[in-house]
Write a protein that binds this ligand. Structure first.
Ligand code: HEC
Ligand code: HEC
Length: 434
């Protein structure tokens, strides 16, 4: 005990207190700095993810979407693009116009209501009402006439005229801004602009608000990261129709593609890193080489001349028609892989789901599985392989293969295939049995 450096009990106590306070201060200091340290760490982590994403993009995506993500004309849409990030160059003027136009349309429906009431009252006068009722009716009609008279201050038509005056300069402002957007419109921005201009009014305004924002245009309720991730997982089956055969396949291993989920995340981070928030300029919009193409209106496509009839969804009728034909496996293969169009004129991408058997049953074993496994099931008593295949193609949800999701295979084939196309596809599927 004599060796203790501090001998007095008071000295030891005060040393203890000093040490305690010092430790608390140290802990406090670390605690205060921890969030900043973590934030710096996360920034570094995100930075590295973006760098990896840039490399993956250059290797896998730039051949179609362009080196800087600006898209390639007629090949694939630009992603480094104010529209994808929801930047709307017309936002403020459109919002002001929409508010006024909506008010006007409410007033218009009140005018219609008033006219309807007036007509009903006039009809009533022809049905021998009592003298008191007749006076009542006359008074009410005078009231209605006042609300409908444009010369009366505050009447409904006068309100509409007042709003028209407020709208006029806003329309001018919008027309001038729209003019500036035209170089982008030529590359596919606001794809239905011309038709909507012809409609005018609230329909045009709401179209402009909606289609300036890619996620709204696509009816996507989630955020951009989710939109990108989902696109990369599932690809865009059917996109070949609008893009002259270029198909956006599924890239993620989750959807049968080549990229690991963490690589998909890196690419998503890389794309998100293009966001300029409020600082997107018209120059950025002009720099985009190609905007998203919307799928052609089915009605317009099917109006395309004397193509063979589509098969429709009646499986019995389809079976009879197909069994009368001879299929060509080579032609079927080209259709199946999206290399050539169906006789109806559409390009399909059966193989983008069915290759490899991840997202959908593997084509190479389908003929065998159908004959040995499916047809043994009680619900397919009386079926042959052709009937099973026809039903699978025309009504994919009639039976869902074990282990696969329902609602994935498109249900649009009855309108995209002729009997000969189906005969060709069946011949192709069958060719794996030899
Ligand atoms: C073979 C050409 C091709 C390649 C390679 C390609 N894409 Fe695409 N991509 C397309 C086409 C075509 C579309 C339009 C699809 C449609 O019409 O829905 C598209 C659409 C997209 C979209 C949706 C855009 C939108 O506005 O809806 C995203 C996101 C996308 N691709 C990301 C990528 C990424 C990331 C890669 C690389 C991993 C990639 N693409 C590789 C052709 C390609
Ligand atoms: C978007 C993905 C997708 C596309 C494109 C697609 N399919 Fe499918 N298909 C599936 C899935 C998933 C299943 C399994 C679930 C089910 O039974 O519906 C399936 C099932 C089938 C089956 C039943 C296979 C079996 O083992 O019983 C056939 C046959 C078939 N598809 C043919 C086609 C043909 C032909 C095309 C092109 C005209 C096509 N599919 C396009 C996803 C797709």
């Amino acid at each position: 005990m004599n060796r203790l450096i501090i001998e007095s009990i008071e000295g030891r106590i005060s040393l203890g207190i000093t040490m305690f306070v010092a430790i608390m201060v140290l802990i406090g200091w670390v605690a205060i700095n921890e969030p900043a340290r973590m934030a710096a760490f996360e920034r570094q982590h995100l930075g590295r993810s973006i760098e990896r994403g840039a490399e993956l993009f250059a290797a896998n995506c730039s051949t179609c979407h362009g080196a800087n993500g600006l898209g390639i004309a007629e090949r694939a849409p630009g992603l480094n693009n104010p529209q994808l990030f929801g930047h709307d160059f017309l936002a403020s003027v459109n919002v002001a116009i929409a508010r006024l136009e909506r008010t006007q349309s409410e007033i218009n429906s009140r005018i219609a209501d008033a006219n309807r009431e007036r007509e009903a009252l006039i009809t009533e006068t022809t049905q021998n009402p009592s003298p008191e009722r007749l006076t009542e009716i006359a008074a009410r009609i005078r009231e209605i006439d006042a609300t409908l008279n444009p010369d009366v201050e505050g009447s409904l038509p006068a309100q509409i005229a007042a709003i028209d005056e407020q709208l006029a300069p806003l329309y001018e402002q919008r027309a001038a801004l729209l003019d500036k957007l035209m170089p982008a419109v030529d590359k596919g921005y606001l794809p239905q602009l011309e038709a909507r201009m012809a409609q005018g009014g609230l329909a045009l305004t709401e179209y402009l608000i909606r289609d300036a924002d890619r996620l709204r245009q696509a009816d996507w309720a989630g955020d951009l990261a989710g939109f990108l991730r989902t696109t990369l997982i599932h690809g865009r089956p059917g996109s070949q129709d609008a893009w002259g055969g270029t198909l956006m396949v599924s890239w993620s291993q989750l959807g049968g593609g080549p990229l690991r989920p963490d690589q998909v995340e890196d690419i998503v981070n890389y794309i998100l890193n293009w966001d300029k928030g409020d600082n997107w300029t018209l120059e950025d919009l002009y720099a985009v080489n190609q905007f998203m193409k919307l799928k052609a209106d089915a009605a317009l496509v099917s109006a395309g001349g004397d193509r063979p009839q589509t098969i429709g969804s009646d499986v019995n009728a389809a079976y009879e028609a197909v069994m009368m034909l001879t299929g060509d496996a080579e032609v079927g293969k080209a259709i199946y892989n999206g290399d050539s169009r169906t006789l109806v004129g559409t390009r399909l991408g059966c193989s983008s789901c069915h290759l490899g058997g991840v997202q959908a049953p593997n084509t190479e074993t389908t003929w065998e599985t159908v004959n040995n496994v499916r047809l043994a099931l009680p619900q397919f008593a009386g079926y042959d392989a052709e009937r099973y295949l026809i039903e699978s193609i025309l009504m994919p949800n009639a039976y869902i293969v074990d282990g696969y999701a329902s609602g994935v295979m498109p249900v649009t084939y009855p309108d995209q295939l002729s009997a000969q196309d189906i005969a060709n596809i069946i011949a192709y599927i069958k060719s794996y049995s030899e």
